[in-house]
Design a protein around this ligand. Structure first.
Ligand code: AP5
Length: 213
């Protein structure tokens, strides 16, 4: 099964995709995660990537599309995948359609996590991420058992550099302009399912699982 999780920053795409990937035994492909790794490399490309991300704007389509194309050609995607963070605009959606057509496969389900702005801001400003395994926590909503340490692997938790107030605002603006037209794009192709995602994580997960059955 090939699933896209769509939604604004903080909608819970990463949180849900991780659990869903385990339950369905499919790879979780997060372009944000891949770019964060690239941005740590001591190269010009790494520096450029970090710059785009810290400003809260999208990295160029050609760059991320090339990265994604390589990733979905790996053998572990044979039975499907869960896409989190791609596509991010209509150009990327068309590029993805082209890649999948060449492979004679298609997206089965696009799940739009519909989240309100106050919830987005509360979630992003309190998010903590594990520096080793990438697990997500939240200071209030999903606090780690032990202060600033990952429950799963013991890694140190950190706040993402793009989770500062000003960058959150910018990311929301970019989402509304660039990414929200994807809702209509997939609706017109009868792939889109909407889920109210302001609710607790377990409730949202159950709704996604129902759709993926
Ligand atoms: P990316 O990493 O994809 O960030 P994003 O889309 O802004 O989404 P987030 O990761 O912020 O939020 P999320 O929906 O995954 O929420 P999460 O589960 O973490 O991209 C970062 C940057 O990379 C972009 O700005 C861009 O520069 C670049 N980029 C990435 N892909 C690109 C592309 N295709 N093209 C160009 N550029 C690209 O949850 C958030 C918090 O809320 C967590 O603390 C979590 O614990 C908590 N939480 C989650 N769900 C719930 C719930 N139901 N109840 C209570 N708390 C919850």
């Amino acid at each position: 099964m090939r699933i896209i999780l769509l939604g604004p920053p903080g909608a819970g795409k990463g949180t849900q995709a991780k659990t869903l990937a385990e339950k369905l035994n499919l790879p979780h492909i997060s372009t944000g995660e891949m770019l964060r790794q690239m941005s740590q490399e001591d190269t010009q490309l790494g520096e450029h990537t970090k710059d785009f991300m810290n400003k809260g704007v999208l990295v160029p389509d050609e760059l991320i599309t090339q990265v994604l194309s390589r990733r979905i050609s790996q053998p572990d995607t044979k039975n499907g995948f869960i896409l989190d963070g791609y596509p991010r605009n209509l150009n990327q959606a068309q590029a993805l359609d082209g890649m999948l057509k060449e492979k004679k496969i298609a997206i089965d389900l696009v799940i739009y996590l519909d989240t309100s702005e106050p919830v987005i801001i509360q979630r992003l400003s309190g998010r903590l991420v594990c520096s080793l395994c990438g697990a997500n926590f939240h200071i209030k909503n999903m606090p780690p058992k032990s202060n600033m340490t990952c429950d799963n692997c013991g890694g140190k938790l950190y706040q993402r550099s793009d989770d500062k107030d000003e960058t959150i605002r910018k990311r929301l603006e970019v989402y509304l302009r660039e990414s929200s037209p994807l809702i209509q794009y997939y609706d017109e192709r009868q792939k889109l399912y909407r889920i109210k995602a302001d609710e607790a994580s377990a409730i949202v997960l159950n709704k996604i699982i129902e759709l993926a059955k």
